[in-house]
Design a protein around this ligand. Structure first.
Ligand SMILES: Cc1cc2nc3c(=O)[nH]c(=O)nc-3n(C[C@H](O)[C@H](O)[C@H](O)COP(=O)(O)O)c2cc1C
Length: 193
């Protein structure tokens, strides 16, 4: 086997493997491409990439109410803490906050997602944690986000929450109305689901 200790050599190996998989079901999706890029850069070893190549993605989506208003630095601390854990456990997703309300999408292996959700449910910083969706999926929607965070407009937030609970006509309307890119991705994910 060639020496894969340089970035150029790793990139050649990735290009070859990707070319072989083109137009097959093995072609790398967004999450796999992120892992391969990190391998090329030397941030992950091949073993770490293989460990994270999960095909069983669980998507869990919940809403909750903050028990106190979250100031900017509290939110930043929460996100720093979350990203370190999520990065170590292959969890991706997005957290949206608006006027004391949260919605969060967690994506990862069922084991990791459910273990994290149990901890999140016990967190005293929020209450009324309500599961909106908890299903297996073939695809990650936020593959590049260790945990994206968006502070969203209250009206757009309201549209997304009400439309998700209602039939597809409302979701179509919401898609026309909602501009925030993360909220649009969420809508798209759940309309397809
Ligand atoms: C709205 C909200 C979202 C959170 N999201 C995450 C997350 O994505 N990843 C994470 O590790 N912790 C997240 N946390 C923090 C966890 O609830 C918990 O504090 C952290 O995992 C440490 O858990 P432990 O105290 O049981 O060790 C979140 C907390 C809140 C209030």
């Amino acid at each position: 086997m060639d020496d894969l200790s340089t970035e150029a050599a790793r990139r050649r190996a990735i290009a070859l493997a990707t070319a072989l998989a083109t137009n097959t079901s093995l072609a790398p999706q967004a999450y796999e491409r992120t892992l391969l890029e990190r391998y090329a850069l030397g941030e992950l070893t091949l073993d770490q990439v293989l460990q994270r190549l999960d095909t069983r993605v669980q998507q869990l989506f919940y809403r909750s109410r903050a028990t106190q208003a979250f100031a900017e630095d509290h939110l930043r601390a929460l996100m720093d803490e979350s990203r370190a854990h999520n990065e170590a456990h292959g969890i991706t997703g997005v957290l949206c906050y608006s006027e004391r309300q949260f919605v969060q999408l967690l994506e990862g292996t069922p084991e990791h997602v459910h273990a994290l959700y149990e901890r999140i449910q016990r967190d005293p910083r929020h209450a009324q944690v309500t599961t909106l969706y908890d299903e297996a999926s073939g695809q990650r929607f936020f593959a590049n986000w260790q945990m994206g965070f968006v502070r969203v407009d209250a009206d757009e937030f309201h549209w997304v929450l009400t439309s998700l609970a209602r039939p597809s006509d409302d979701q179509e309307l919401a898609r026309q109305y909602v501009q925030d890119p993360a909220l649009r991705l969420l809508l798209e994910a759940f309309t397809r689901a």
